[in-house]
Design a protein around this ligand. Structure first.
Ligand code: TRP
Length: 332
């Protein structure tokens, strides 16, 4: 039999991605497509577990699809699709619900956190979130699932549910393995450089988003916190701000940190920060331009998503049919 190289990943179309998310996640997805049979979903059904503005949700779904492609996801090499276009996700989720215990779901860390954050809307979907995620993964017989550490508990539950079902019937699902990526590990907050850059920082100058225009990117880097002294030297212990900027510059230009140090030798902080901002803006510009071009070509984008949904449905329905047979759903 052929080796299973299926890989599954999904992103909710709700959050703005920072340059750290780009480096930690989206860029990796693009590299993975050459080695694995990749399914990349836009998880809009997960997104509605907290209230969304409909027009924004629609727009962000298209924007995320365009971003994937602009970053290099090749619709010929991977299956790129929107979760709600493949009904099998909800269908398998229902079956898996009957193999999942209420107590397990109540204990999930993210459910508890989100229940606190959205105390006025602790809906069943929020609690069922991990089961839908299990359905996502198991439908595609995914062997590999690259996720951030925050999703580790969800992946463990997906494995448990798969094993439970396989033991109750016969081997049906591939038990998935997590590939734990350090999401945005290398880039820190521009205002508090000892902390990781986050998409939900309070200070708007803390994080640079993939959607920031050139002026905004440059302004944020100009305002980045540096350290006392004037030397541009990589020393994360004593010069957290300068070191962070040096690594951003290195990653965005493909140079090494010591090459960057040499390049900036003798320059002042002002010139240094401007150069880092410009390097990041230069790298983002073509991605943003391509994303905008794709968004204005609705026929093309919709075509990609339609083909993606068809290819995803084909694989997903094969698994769903097996499940329906095994559990005794009457076939006609
Ligand atoms: N819950 C994931 C997140 O917020 C997104 C997601 C949905 C996902 N379904 C998935 C990730 C399946 C991996 C596999 O990051």
């Amino acid at each position: 039999m052929e080796e299973n190289r299926n890989l599954y990943s999904a992103v909710q179309p709700t959050n703005n991605l920072t340059i750290g998310n780009y480096l930690g996640a989206v860029k990796n997805f693009v590299e993975l497509q050459n080695e694995y049979d990749c399914y990349y979903a836009i998880a809009n059904q997960h997104a509605i577990t907290v209230r969304q503005n409909p027009a924004e949700l629609r727009q962000k779904t298209a924007a995320l699809a365009a971003l994937y492609i602009a970053c290099g996801a090749d619709p010929e090499k991977c299956v790129l699709y929107v979760q709600s276009h493949v009904p099998a996700h909800s269908q398998l989720c229902w079956v898996l619900n009957t193999f999942t215990y209420v107590g397990e779901m109540e204990r999930m860390t993210q459910f508890k956190d989100k229940s606190r954050k959205h105390a006025d809307n602790i809906n069943m979907g929020l609690m069922d979130y991990p089961v839908l995620m299990a359905a996502d993964i198991l439908l595609y017989q995914a062997r590999y699932v690259p996720v951030g550490l925050d999703q580790k508990q969800h992946l463990e539950i997906a494995r448990d549910i798969a094993q439970r079902f396989n033991n109750a019937y016969s081997p049906t699902f591939t038990v998935p393995e997590g590939i734990y990526m350090k999401v945005g590990a290398k880039i820190n907050d521009l205002q508090e450089p000892s902390k990781k850059m986050s998409k939900s920082a309070e200070n708007p100058n803390s994080s640079v988003f993939l959607t920031d225009d050139r002026d905004t990117v440059i302004r944020k880097f100009k305002r980045a916190v540096t350290d006392s002294g004037s030397e541009i030297k990589y020393d994360p212990e004593n010069k957290a701000g300068v070191s962070n900027l040096l690594s951003v510059y290195a990653v965005f230009t493909g140079k090494t940190v010591s090459e960057a140090e040499k390049e900036f030798e003798g320059l002042g902080y002002g010139e240094f920060k401007l150069a880092v901002g410009e390097a990041v803006a230069d790298k983002l510009a073509p991605i943003q331009a391509e994303q905008a071009r794709l968004l204005s070509d609705k026929a093309y984008l919709d075509g990609v998503l339609k083909t993606g949904a068809e290819r995803a449905s084909y694989t997903a329905n094969k698994t769903l049919n097996k499940v329906y047979k095994k559990i005794g759903f009457y076939q006609i």
